[in-house]
Ligand binder design. Structure first.
Ligand code: PFF
Length: 450
């Protein structure tokens, strides 16, 4: 059998896994989703899910990959072929996430170009709002920038997993982190920001509803990149000596830290500068330029910031494309280059209606009341990833068996002190919690279709 590539070191794995997790989900999606879902109540639920569902699942995913040494489809299949459909689910999910992810990646590229030209220097909500609306109503620009984003993703993937990108993230990711902290400091020191900090961290318990829980769980899956096989596949490149236990904790910690700091960079400024917290997907694009405009050397930081966000988005988008490709190459034995190009073209076409959805095609709905952007978003976060996570815990807890998984975790000579707690969570708590929320997600999804 052909020997598989392995990460040259555990750092390589952590960089790639954290690179996949940290992306637009943290910087763009988390703040506006908090804004649309009642602030602190959402954040509280997010944390509960993170500790009791997300982190145990992260460990389950990495363990499954490391044990089988196969990418997601093969990992399920090698243990029980009847479960390979879960891998297939992940592949489908990858197509749809990347379709709308590349749309937003395109917006970032466009804003990056604009900041280079220096056209964003204002704190006026109306002007910044108008700028975003104008972009949303420029089909050619939207499609062009979406294309460029996907094209860059495709080129990186064509070069294979071990190439420069993970190494570059050693510098880019910490830089992004520091940059976000600087913006957060500016945001929380703006006059009137206290209301925003309160909104973010003080839960209003009356806002806790099934819908908020559904969005918190969906956001968590999206942000951690779990539920579609990225972490299984990346874990499969780890060798048996590595301690996977601490890795499975480090990634959610980094991911959540970035999301929270992005929240602190955005939401207090929303309150201080009179933006609209429930604004939706445009929130970051109207608020952050205003924060930069009120910072010394703001134009420079704004350029650096958008550049770093492009980088973070790319390390996530390549992981999605990898999943789709690994199926066609590893399982179907297709040519890698040809598969990559064909898949990218399909995703580009799928993404076009999503790109147009916030402007000219706002009211064009394929099915029911959702435009394409919302359809892809809800379908992936609330339905496909969450369902994938449900099957993952059932599979690891009951098919592979939690005890076997613990053996795998301990095979690198670590003692898993919380093995019993983890097994209990994976076998009972995680599937039950996901199931309860999933019923609501399916109901919500079906109702918004009919
Ligand atoms: N976690 C990425 C982000 O937060 O931007 C998005 C993502 C990547 C979701 C890979 C799912 C995935 F498989």
């Amino acid at each position: 059998m052909k020997k598989r590539d392995q990460w040259s070191s555990k750092v390589g794995f952590i960089l790639a896994a954290a690179g996949s997790a940290v992306g637009l989900g943290n910087i763009w999606k988390f703040p506006y989703t908090v804004g649309m879902n009642g602030g602190g109540a959402f954040v509280l639920l997010y944390f509960i899910f993170l500790i009791f569902v997300g982190t145990p699942l992260m460990l389950a995913a990495i363990t499954l990959g490391r044990k089988t040494q196969l990418s997601v489809f093969g990992a399920y299949k090698s243990i029980d072929h009847r479960w390979s459909f879960v891998g297939a689910l992940g592949v489908i999910c990858g197509f749809f996430i990347l379709a709308f992810y590349s749309t937003v990646g395109g917006w970032i590229l466009y804003y990056f170009k604009n900041t280079l030209l220096g056209t964003l220097k204002t704190t006026d909500p109306n002007i910044l709002g108008e700028m975003f609306t104008q972009l949303m109503n420029s089909p050619k620009k939207l499609i062009l920038y979406q294309f460029i984003f996907l094209f860059i993703t495709m080129i990186i993937v064509l070069k294979g997993i071990t190439n420069g990108i993970e190494k570059a993230s050693k510098i880019m990711m910490p830089a992004l982190f520091i940059m976000l902290i600087m913006i957060a400091i500016r945001s929380v020191t703006l006059k009137g920001s206290v209301d925003g900090i309160r909104f973010l961290f003080v839960p209003d318990f009356s806002k806790i509803t099934m819908d908020v829980a559904m969005n918190a769980l969906g956001q968590m899956f999206f942000s951690l990149s779990i539920g579609m096989g990225v972490m299984v596949t990346y874990g499969s490149y780890l060798n048996k000596k590595e301690n996977i236990l601490n890795t499975a904790i480090i990634i959610p910690v980094i991911d959540t830290a970035v999301a929270l700091i992005a929240g602190l960079a955005t939401i207090p400024a929303v309150f201080a500068l009179n933006f609209e917290v429930g604004e939706g997907p445009s929130l970051m694009f109207v608020t952050l330029p205003a924060v930069f405009a009120s910072m010394p050397m703001g134009s420079f930081f704004c350029i650096v910031f958008f550049l770093l966000v492009i980088f973070a988005a790319l390390t996530s988008s390549i992981s999605m494309l990898e999943i789709a490709i690994s199926y066609f190459v590893d399982v179907k034995q297709n040519n890698r280059t040809v598969s990559t190009i064909i898949i990218s073209i399909i995703i580009f076409i799928l993404g076009i209606p999503a790109s147009l959805s916030l402007g000219t095609w706002e009211n064009v709905n394929l099915i029911g009341r959702l435009n394409f952007f919302d359809l892809y978003d809800k379908l992936t976060s609330n339905i496909l990833l969450t369902t994938g996570g449900f099957f993952l815990c059932i599979f690891v807890g009951w098919v592979l068996k939690a005890d076997e998984a613990v053996k795998e975790i301990e095979s690198s000579n670590v003692t898993f002190k919380l093995a019993k707690v983890w097994s209990f969570l994976i076998k009972y708590i995680v599937p039950i919690a996901i199931f309860i929320v999933l019923i609501n997600s399916y109901k919500d999804f079906i109702l918004s279709i009919f």
